[in-house]
Design a protein around this ligand. Structure first.
Ligand code: IPM
Ligand code: MG
Length: 372
């Protein structure tokens, strides 16, 4: 029995509805395994701007700093996207939260469910056996360097800065994770052009002897972008800086067939944050059609982080069951699909070991929607 204080940031668009399912699944876990999760709901993003004028109110930062973990939905609203002059943007909230919590490592697992291979834009033979994890540095580099715009408004710059210690701390995590996987780390950089990338290579090379069981190799980011499509099964752990990681993790996410499936963890010195990798998908807001799996698997990563590995595995098993048995949302099966909340129901039932066959399923089946 363990008591945990979890901050929930639902955010914008479909954030609230997918996060609601992840919270229900956490409740199912607490019921089944006798834990107590206490939730504190906080604002961030466009909804926070609307209500408080700021994308990240101080109260949210303080609550996160006091918490055991943060569960986050999605951020962004079209009303800010196409206005380069907007002074406040929802995304600033997320960047500031990463910095405030020192969430220096963003961890994104990429794998392809066998039952969904047909959904991937890549050929089945290419994605069979794909199972890798991206370690993206999250609080440094060009995202956080000095930004300038000259008085004429015609010249702009974004500075990219990295220090040895920023590289070392994430590299250690990547090496350690590789040790319990297939023992390979690929550093992705642009060391043929960028000074920061040369520093990454030097520092990572210097750490490598501490992990003699790990094979370390290097790829320039342009080549890495190509290899992720050509032969994604070659990767085990990819380690990279902030912006390269942003780009290749979106690229890698298409391998699985739906953006809605993938979770992520952002780990720092204190409370860690867990979020699906998809965005706020404003077109689907409130329609109960969004895929909750990314959010639910983020809750599983949260439990792993709190060292509740059996509980996390129970969630993953339940998710696997829904995939194999076609209990999926519209992005996965456009003909026979279930709503966001019914997929959440089914996963909760699986976690609490209630029968999902016969009566239970018949009730749920009545809610299946069919597009003709
Ligand atoms: C991500 C997103 C963010 C990023 C945006 C919303 C600022 O794309 O988490 O990958 O660029 O880091
Ligand atoms: Mg991104």
């Amino acid at each position: 029995m363990s008591k945990k204080h979890i901050v929930v940031i639902e955010g914008d668009g479909i954030g609230p509805e997918v996060t609601a399912q992840a919270v229900r699944v956490l409740d199912a876990v607490s019921e089944q395994y006798g834990h107590e999760f206490e939730y504190e709901y906080c604002l961030m993003g466009a909804c926070a701007i609307d209500q408080t004028g700021h994308p990240l109110p101080n109260a949210t930062i303080e609550a996160c700093l006091r918490s055991d973990a943060v569960l986050f939905g999605a951020i962004g609203d079209p009303k800010y996207d196409n206005d380069p002059k907007a002074k406040v943007r929802p995304e600033q909230g997320l960047l500031q939260l990463r910095k405030s919590l020192q969430l220096f490592a963003n961890i994104r697992p990429v794998s392809a469910y066998e039952s969904l291979h047909h959904l991937s834009p890549l050929k089945t033979e290419r994605i069979t056996g794909v199972d890798f994890v991206i370690y993206r540095e999250l609080t440094g580099g060009i995202y956080f360097g000095e930004k300038t715009l000259d008085e004429t408004g015609n010249i702009a710059s974004d500075n990219c800065v990295y220090s040895r210690s920023e590289i070392e701390r994430i590299a250690h995590l990547a090496f350690k994770h590789a040790q319990i996987r297939r023992k390979k780390v690929t550093l992705v950089d642009k060391a043929n052009v960028l000074e920061t990338s040369r520093l990454w290579r030097k520092v990572v090379q210097e750490l490598a002897p501490q992990y003699p069981d790990i094979t370390l190799d290097y790829l320039f980011v342009d080549n890495a972008a190509m290899q992720i499509i050509l032969n994604p099964a070659q990767f085990d752990i990819i380690l990279t800086e902030n912006m390269f990681g942003d780009i290749i993790s979106d690229e890698a996410s298409v391998i699985s067939g739906s953006l809605g499936l993938l979770p992520s963890a952002s780990i720092g010195t204190g409370a860690a944050l867990f979020e699906p990798i998809h965005g706020s998908y404003p077109q689907a807001k409130g329609l109960d059609i969004a895929n909750p799996i990314g959010a639910i698997l983020s809750a599983a990563m949260l439990l792993d982080h709190l060292e509740m590995n059996t509980e996390a595995t129970a969630i993953r098993d339940a998710v696997q069951w829904t995939m194999e048995n076609g209990k999926v949302t519209k992005d996965i099966d456009p003909i026979h699909h279930y709503s966001t909340s019914v997929v959440g129901d089914i996963i909760c039932r699986h976690v609490t070991k209630q029968s999902i066959d016969k009566e239970g399923l018949r009730n749920l089946m009545n809610r299946v929607s069919t597009i003709i």
